[in-house]
Design a protein around this ligand. Sequence first.
Ligand SMILES: [Zn+2]
Length: 207
Amino acid sequence: MRAEQKTQQLQEVVEQLLRLVGEDPSRDGLMKTPERVAKMFNFLTKGYTQDIDEILNGALFPIKYDEMVIVKDIDFFSLCEHHLVPFFGKCHIAYLPDKKVIGLSKLPRIVEVFSRRLQVQERLTQQIAETLQEKIKPQGVAVVMEAQHLCMMMRGVEKQNATAITSAMLGGFRTRRETREEFLQLIKRSPVQKGASFWRHDDESFT
Ligand SMILES: [Zn+2]
């Protein structure tokens, strides 16, 4: 679908939504809302049309360095696929190079590509880790994501400060406990079990 056509259809859907919640889409404050929301959704889901190889654009460099590379506290914003409201927080990434490293600025770009889609935190974490494993071919990759989910915060008083933590550990981070712990120590988090998430978003108590 052409971009303008898509934006036009999104606007119509938003206008319909406004009517269904009991609003008058023609009143002053809402006149431009369908257009704004359509543009916003295009932006918040732009990850579907972005190409990882284009973003990496050959930013892999041969190097004799095999110590852990860490980029922590990468801000991310995503949309929960169950409720279409944001979840957001910090992403921490580490890898163990095997003869090549990637330009550091590329890591937040990769987080961005997968965040700007409809997601669940568990899959988002895994996709970032697997992409790095595939593209850099390092000896291991670790990704930890900590997030707050508005769909939880806006609906339950007792869950307002809950943070969901997910992790994906591949290669050396999965097989070597001391490597994993070094990483967790460097991002100053208590040990997280590999692949663990202690709050499940599609929990039955929360639909
Ligand atoms: Zn949700």
